[in-house]
Design a protein around this ligand. Structure first.
Ligand code: PAF
Length: 294
C-alpha cells in the first residue's frame, strides 16, 4: 500500500528492526537518505519518492565518516522528533534512524573509494568526504534494499558519484535526482542554513546571485560565465561578514572535470564557500551551444 498522509511511520533504530519491517513489505520501495534536520527540500524528495514506488523509507543518520576533523559533525543539527513529524505528514512508511553503533558496530576497515571524481571540486575542498558518503550510502542500500533512491540535485557531485557507484558496482537500485528547492530570494534550502545569522544569510545569497549571473552569460561561452560569476563573488568577499570562496568551477556533469573554453554541451556551474563557520554549496545546470568566435 502506498503511504497515506498523517499515518505514523514505523521507526526502526537498528538492523534487526529494519530487517523485520523490510521483510514484511510488499511492492516496490523508494529510499530518501538524509542526515535529518528535514526541510522543504527533503520533503520535496519524499514526495518525488512517493510517485516512484509503492512505499517510502527515509533514513536519518548523521554519518561521521563523511565529516573532516575540523568540520561540523558535533554541531550538525539533530532534530529527530520534528523529522519524524515531517515524515508522518508526508506519509512516509518507514523511518530508519540508526544509532552510530547500529550503523558502525566496528570501525570500518573496508570502505568505498570515490576515485578521481571524488577527489576534485568538493572532494578537493573536503578530503575523504565522498569516500565516507559513498560508504554510508552503500550500507544504506544493502540494509534498506530499495528499488529506487532519491537524492537532491543541490549536491550535484554527490548525486553523480552515487550514480557512478551504482553503475560501477552493479547495484540493483535506480538513482533519481530531485530539483533544488529555494527560498523566494533564491537561497538554496540546506540544513546548515539554520546556522546563518541575518547578516550571514545576506552574504550567503551571493552563491545564487553568482550562479544566476553566470547563467545569464551562457550565450557568450564558458569564460564569460566564470567571469560573470566571479564578479559577484568578488563583491561578496568584501561584504560583512565576507564570503570566503572554496571554489567556483564549470564542470562536465558526468566527470566533474573542468570544461574547455570552447566547450559545447551540458555543464554544471558549481560554487562553494564559507560564511563564518558555515559551509554553503550550490550549482546550476547550463547548456552551451557552439562557442562564439572571439
Ligand atoms: O546528502 C546527505 O544528506 C548525505 O550526504 C547522505 C546522502 C544522506 C549520506 O550521508
Amino acid at each position: 500500500m502506498p503511504g497515506s498522509a498523517a499515518v505514523m511511520p514505523v521507526i526502526a533504530t537498528d538492523r534487526a528492526e529494519l530487517a523485520a519491517v523490510r521483510d514484511g513489505m510488499a511492492g516496490t520501495l523508494a529510499l530518501v537518505p538524509t542526515m535529518g534536520a528535514l526541510h522543504e527540500g527533503h520533503r520535496s524528495l519524499i514526495r518525488r519518492a512517493r510517485q516512484l514506488a509503492d512505499s517510502v523509507a527515509v533514513s536519518i543518520f548523521v554519518n561521521p565518516l563523511q565529516f573532516g576533523p575540523d568540520e561540523d559533525f558535533d554541531r550538525y543539527p539533530r532534530t529527530l522528533a520534528g523529522d519524524i513529524e515531517a515524515c508522518e505528514a508526508e506519509g512516509v512508511d518507514v523511518v530508519f534512524a540508526p544509532t552510530r553503533e547500529a550503523m558502525y558496530p566496528d570501525a570500518p576497515q573496508v570502505t568505498v573509494h570515490s576515485g578521481a571524481m571524488g577527489g576534485v571540486v568538493e572532494g578537493a575542498a573536503r578530503p575523504g568526504h565522498f569516500d565516507g558518503m559513498l560508504t554510508v550510502v552503500l550500507k544504506l542500500f544493502n540494509l534498506v534494499r530499495p528499488d529506487v533512491a532519491v537524492f537532491g540535485e543541490k549536491d550535484a557531485q554527490q548525486l553523480a558519484l552515487i550514480g557512478r557507484m551504482v553503475a560501477d558496482l552493479d547495484l540493483p537500485v535506480e538513482v533519481v535526482g530531485g530539483p533544488t528547492v529555494r527560498e523566494p530570494d533564491g537561497l538554496a534550502l540546506s540544513s546548515r542554513n539554520r546556522y546563518l545569522s541575518a547578516a550571514d544569510r545576506r552574504t550567503g545569497l551571493a552563491l545564487w546571485q553568482a550562479l544566476r549571473a553566470g547563467a545569464d552569460a551562457t550565450a557568450d561561452g564558458p569564460g564569460a560565465v566564470l567571469d560573470a560569476a566571479r564578479a559577484v563573488l568578488g563583491e561578496a568577499a568584501d561584504a560583512e561578514p565576507p564570503f570566503e570562496l572554496d571554489y567556483l568551477v564549470l564542470v562536465d556533469p558526468a566527470t566533474f572535470t573542468e570544461v574547455a573554453p570552447a566547450h559545447a554541451g551540458p555543464a554544471v556551474l558549481a560554487v562553494a564557500g564559507r560564511v563564518g563557520a558555515t559551509h554553503l554549496i550550490d550549482n546550476i545546470a547550463l547548456q552551451f551551444g557552439t562557442a562564439k568566435e572571439s
